[in-house]
Design a protein around this ligand. Structure first.
Ligand code: HEM
Length: 457
């Protein structure tokens, strides 16, 4: 972690290898932290092709090539089967993993809940969740150290329950968030096994814990689905939408297991990612007090002491730019990947059928062809005067194309409301134990959590 003159903060990252790694080292790094396996050339070239045995893997890093894979030629690519391998035990064939008509139906069913006006109606719930967190901190002594990553996970879990499930206590937040985290912990083993073409049943460290967490999560959600079946038609939330959805082809309702798949998908995709956006934002502003002060002044000017409301979110550009810069440096969903359905071309490279195409958002956001001084924290990159020249897909924390994040507006709004509400009341500082290194476990987390000192203003 280094300060280069005033305001030039270089946040911690991984050290990319200089030369191609021998296979055992590559596998070790894939298991330990996949972002440590990608070499320096990835940060400079538009495309990197790797061939291991008969497997072709292509890393696509420039804007025009990303556009080709995710937008222009998206019909030639399916989701990467490794996503299924690592997530299907818990998320089944829900919206994140489904393909074709099965996916389209699920996406159409959920879409009305993510319309702009519906998201704006969620703002009071988001602000109230942040206020409850502040309330819970009030009994702390000044300079108490809080596990911010954990606290953000609980607050965003509260929000997702209350908005998508219209009830604060539908689930035990600690239980669900804890099991999602335990499920994700050993996942790199499955990625490495996939790379080595080893079968799914082959034991790996943490396998039983992972299976147990998946069972607990699915049972929790199933209990809720069954308890709500009778009154679902009267309600307007996600569960009601899923229970009343009809397949356009057959007219049949969604099987119970698919309702569980989807509910769990939204709980998982909808809280952990936003919690990490907030966690990394708080780390960055605790490290660069000038930016923390700027956000504080902005929110006091716009909102005074009132709760942040829908008419205010567009008037908090500095807050928004800090969150965008946190999403750039530490994209919570750090990889989007696909598999080629048929042979095709990307750039001048021939892509074989079944080749894997990776778009590592973590690198795209730190690529020297896309950004000036990409390693430096600088929210001003997103100020309107600097925002125009950039390549279109140099910044893509929510993916792009038809499979892009359905919850992008929800997430940005929530992060803004919660960050503004917290910073208005509390001053955050790093401690000697605050040395977060980004660790990729499907989502990008601080490897040892994020302890921060808090002091009420
Ligand atoms: C900062 C927060 C978030 C980030 C960085 C993020 C990132 C992403 C990315 C990159 C994808 C695309 C995956 C792909 O193309 O393979 C995605 C998809 C998805 N996200 Fe998010 N997301 C966030 C918040 C949310 C929220 C709040 C929700 C719901 C409440 C959500 C629900 C989903 C779903 C359901 C999909 C799958 C969409 C589909 O395949 O049709 N996400 N997200």
């Amino acid at each position: 972690m280094a300060m280069v003159g005033q305001q030039k903060f270089i946040p911690p990252t991984v050290k990319p290898p200089h030369k191609q790694l021998p296979l055992p080292v590559l596998i070790y790094r894939l298991i330990r932290n996949p972002i440590e396996a990608w070499g320096q050339e990835f940060y400079h070239q538009p495309l990197v092709e790797l061939q291991h045995g008969s497997r072709q893997t292509v890393f696509v890093l420039s804007s025009d090539l990303i556009h080709k894979v995710l937008v222009a030629d998206s019909e030639n690519f399916s989701k990467n089967p490794v996503d299924k391998r690592i997530l299907a035990q818990a998320l089944g064939n829900g919206i994140l993993l489904a393909e074709g008509d099965e996916w389209r139906w699920q996406r159409r069913t959920a879409a009305p809940l993510f319309r702009h006006d519906v998201v704006m109606d969620c703002i009071p719930t988001m602000a109230a969740a942040a206020d409850r967190l502040l309330e819970s901190w009030k009994s702390d002594l000044d300079n108490a150290v809080r596990p911010i990553d954990h606290e953000m996970s609980l607050v965003t879990f509260d929000v997702i329950q209350e908005t998508l499930l219209k009830g604060r206590n539908a689930f035990d937040g600690q239980l669900v968030a804890g099991n999602i985290s335990r499920y994700l912990q050993p996942i790199s083993w499955l990625v490495a096994y996939d790379f080595l073409r080893l079968p799914n049943w082959m034991p790996h460290p943490g396998m039983f814990k992972m299976q147990r967490s998946a069972r607990i999560l699915r049972q929790e959600v199933l209990n809720l689905v069954r308890s709500r079946k009778d009154d679902a038609e009267r309600s307007e939330d996600l569960l009601a939408k899923l229970l009343s959805a009809r397949d356009p082809e057959t007219g049949k309702s969604m099987p119970e297991s698919l309702v569980v798949d989807n509910l769990l998908t939204f709980l998982a995709a909808g809280h952990e990612t936003t919690a990490l956006a907030l966690t990394w934002s708080l780390f960055l502003i605790a490290s660069v007090p000038e930016w923390q002060q700027r956000i504080y002044e902005e929110v006091v000017n716009v909102a005074g002491d009132r709760p942040v409301s829908a008419d205010m979110v567009n008037r908090l550009p500095q807050t928004q730019n800090v969150i965008k810069e946190a999403l750039r440096l530490y994209p919570p969903a750090s990889i989007v990947s696909r598999q080629a359905i048929a042979s095709t071309e990307i750039g001048n490279i021939r892509i074989k059928k079944n080749a894997i195409v990776m778009m590592p958002i973590f690198i795209i956001h730190r690529h020297y062809g896309n950004w000036q001084d990409p390693e430096i924290f600088d929210p001003n990159r997103f100020a309107p005067e600097n925002d125009v020249a950039r390549e279109k897909f140099a910044f893509m924390p929510f993916g792009t194309g038809k499979r892009s994040c359905i919850g992008a507006t929800f997430a940005m709004t929530e992060a803004q409301v919660i960050l503004a509400t917290l910073v208005r009341k509390v001053w955050f500082e790093t401690t000697p134990a605050t040395h977060p290194k980004p660790l990729l476990r499907v989502t990008l987390r601080p490897d040892k959590g994020l302890p921060l000192k808090i002091r009420f203003r």
